[in-house]
Design a protein around this ligand. Sequence first.
Ligand SMILES: [Fe+2]
Ligand SMILES: [Fe+2]
Length: 330
Amino acid sequence: MATQDSPDRGLENADRPDLAEAGQASFDKIIAADSRIEPGDWMPDAYRKTLIRQISQHAHSEIIGMQPEGNWISRAPSLKRKAILMAKVQDEAGHGLYLYSAAETLGISRDVLNDQLLAGKARYSSIFNYPARNWADVGAIGWLVDGAAICNQVPLCRVSFGPYGRAMVRVCKEESFHQRQGFEILLELANGTKAQKQMAQDAVNSFYSPALMMFGPPDSDSAHSSQSISWNIKRFSNDELRQRFVGMIVEQVKVLGLTLPDHDIKFNEETGKWEYGELDWDEFNEVLAGRGPCNAQRLAHRREAHKNGAWVREAAAAYAAKKAKKEQVA
Ligand SMILES: [Fe+2]
Ligand SMILES: [Fe+2]
């Protein structure tokens, strides 16, 4: 039986010990040349498992991530905003699909990955367990959450596994539109009435810390980092990416005329890096453990959506079977 991050199509190297030596040598050469590993290439089992875990977590995050904002499509303040938000949420569905496809090339099926998500065994980004309480939150999610996603994902365009890197190129282009639409929502609110500006500020205050925590635990506590860096799966450490993100938003927040809820942000001239205040990692761990504000709601909603989509899957399977039969006859 396939475990959380092992392939379910017999791709473990134990099945072909005769290929191990030459396979490892060729893998090492590709990694050293900073080139790409493709699905048919030999790869260490641990590399395959790491990628399955990372790509599937990423795919689940895109799919669950549709919920906080999807909830606002019917309540968007204008037709234009509704159209933009709908396009954004659809993009996230597309991101999930590219990523499930990339994971499938590693020998795990989408059904298995989906079952893991629905059973509550798979992780997805903790940020989506926070609610979007009002329209300003939709802006803050676009600006901060999609902004953090961009910082995380731009380096992944150069990841060593081909299908993942290529999916990321398109994903990043779309994420940059997502961030701009969020920024524009906040800009309009910040330039509106006093109450609207306060709404925008409250939303930034709420999403600032969870967005910074999207980069994962501090480097000192990050279990998978160094191995992933040596495999060119991870290009920068969690802390490097986090401080890069702070440097980006600290300038953008000035244009909004808002502030970040962190008095410790400063640029360290010596290191050339942005420094920020302590983050509440206890809260992060609570949400990760399933005790965030919306964990149960997000999974319940996904299970329901999956159930409601059964007729689509059945129809698609029936059509595929009919087509295959026709091709056989022809
Ligand atoms: Fe996305
Ligand atoms: Fe996005």
